[in-house]
Design a protein. Structure first.
Length: 484
């Protein structure tokens, strides 16, 4: 029987190894598939970009063709104009020759007409000016060199900027610019004058309003003079006072708009002298009217009240500290678990540490077959620790489940989230399972060491959920500390 059992165990291990290899191959194929999908998407994006650039180039080409047509039309109109000028000049010459013989000295016949053509010797600035004169957008000329300009304007074509008509256009433009500048200056001065008049009118209205306000206030004080009938010691104030609650300040209760002249308090203002704009609260009035013995008694009373206040504050601090300490101990794992539960030894972390006679604590974290997330079978059950007794294993399972959960929640936060924890016990060994909304299933359980290998999808590889404890322990032993 032992030989058969060992044979079956060996076959199970081989099957598990083969299963792991197949899973690895499946993952590799899935990664290749994902990479191919990514490459296809990248190629599609590049194709789309190329098509967009091609369409943009076609649009640009159409724009250039339209501009070329516009330039050709302008050239045709200028050619017609030049032909007309040439005909007029020939007619004038013939008429002069018919009337008399040419004079001995050369004389100017009528107005001289300037005619020129585009030549290669022209400067870049002149070529750009000619292009602008022909209606080409200046933005299109910023990065064009001289050769491109000559090709665009056509060498030998009539040059607009070398004609008398162009001189007249430039002169008109200059005149229009000067007139526009003058108009803008006049408009700016007009707006400034309007603003100045409005401001002056507002100041006059504000001055009248303030004068009326002061007049109304003076009448208000005069009407309220009859309320100032309270005689008080001169050490308080030299004038007769009135009850603040009986007075108005610009039509509203004075108590809403004043503060104690002595201490600055805005509460319990009791007396007022409107003539001196003096207000005093009830507490300051009592202080000023006390005798020496009353002041001594009042100081003693205040000292006792302060002492009682400090005592009450100290008691509140003590109770809060006790509550904080109670709360800390409640969620401190050292309060509930022994040191070997919180920090297992190397023997506990060895799957063969108890020679298959102890109890193994395992854990798993993954999605179940919920019909939404990808599912490749039950999540891997990873080895945690092995203990000699069920009690220790059960305590370790509880610590791992609540204090070292995969979401990084503290034990209190884990419990306060009110997750529905499914706890079950079989032959004295516990199992915890919880599945928060839209999350993985976190499971921790205890089984005999010999039974762990037969669990579905079990692995002897240890999990990583408490690796930070190992790091902190090793760092502390080496004298390494951090500030987390």
């Amino acid at each position: 029987e032992d030989a058969t059992k060992e044979k079956y165990e060996k076959e199970l291990k081989e099957l598990g190894t083969e299963k792991s290899k197949l899973k690895g191959q499946i993952r590799a194929l899935q990664e290749q598939c994902d990479q191919l999908k990514s490459d296809v998407q990248s190629a599609t994006q590049k194709k789309d970009c190329a098509e967009k650039e091609s369409r943009a180039a076609l649009v640009k080409k159409e724009e250039y063709e339209k501009e070329a047509k516009t330039v050709k039309k302008a050239l045709e109109s200028h050619r017609v104009e030049l032909d007309g000028l040439a005909k007029k000049q020939d007619a004038a010459s013939k008429a002069t020759l018919g009337e008399s013989q040419p004079p001995t000295k050369k004389q100017k016949i009528g107005k001289q007409v300037k005619v020129g053509t585009v030549v290669k010797s022209m400067k870049v600035a002149e070529l750009k000016e000619e292009a602008v004169a022909r209606g080409i957008d200046v933005k299109e000329l910023t990065r064009i060199n001289k050769d491109s300009l000559l090709e665009m304007l056509v060498v030998g074509s009539p040059c607009i900027i070398k004609t008398d008509a162009w001189d007249e256009v430039v002169s008109l433009r200059k005149t229009f610019a000067e007139e526009r500048q003058k108009a803008e200056q006049l408009e700016r001065k007009r707006q400034e004058e309007i603003y100045r008049k409005k401001e002056q009118k507002w100041r006059e209205q504000e001055k009248k309003r303030q004068e009326q306000r002061e007049k109304d206030r003076a009448e208000e004080i005069s009407k309220q003079g009859e309320f100032h009938s309270l005689s008080v010691p001169k050490k308080v104030h030299g004038c007769k006072l009135a009850f603040t609650k009986d007075l108005l300040f610009h039509g509203t209760p004075r108590s809403y708009n004043t503060q104690c002249t002595e201490c600055g308090s805005r509460f319990n203002i009791e007396y007022t002298c409107e003539g001196c704009d003096y207000d005093i609260c009830n507490e300051c009035f009592k202080q000023k009217t006390m005798t020496a013995s009353e002041k001594k008694a009042d100081a003693k009373r205040k000292a006792a009240e302060e002492k009682e206040r400090q005592k009450a504050a100290a008691e509140r601090r003590r109770l809060q500290e006790e509550e904080d300490e109670k709360h800390r101990k409640k969620w401190d794992p050292k309060t509930h678990f022994a040191e070997n539960i919180i920090s297992p030894s190397d023997k506990n972390k060895d799957p063969d540490g108890n020679k298959s006679k102890g109890f193994t604590v395992w854990c798993s974290d993954g999605y179940g077959n919920d019909g939404w997330h990808s599912y490749e079978g039950s999540p891997t059950k990873e080895f945690d620790t092995t203990y000699a007794t069920k009690k220790e294993a059960n305590e370790r399972a509880r610590y791992l489940f609540q204090w070292k959960n995969p979401w990084g929640l503290g034990a209190e936060e884990f419990e306060n989230h009110a997750y529905e924890v499914d706890k079950s016990t079989k032959e004295g060994m516990v199992t915890y399972v919880v599945t928060p909304d839209d999350s993985t299933t976190w499971s921790v359980g205890v089984v005999p060491d010999a039974a762990f290998a037969y669990l579905d999808n079990a692995t002897r590889s240890r999990h990583y959920y408490d690796r930070e404890d190992d790091y902190e322990a090793s760092a502390g032993s080496l004298g390494i500390y951090h500030c987390f």
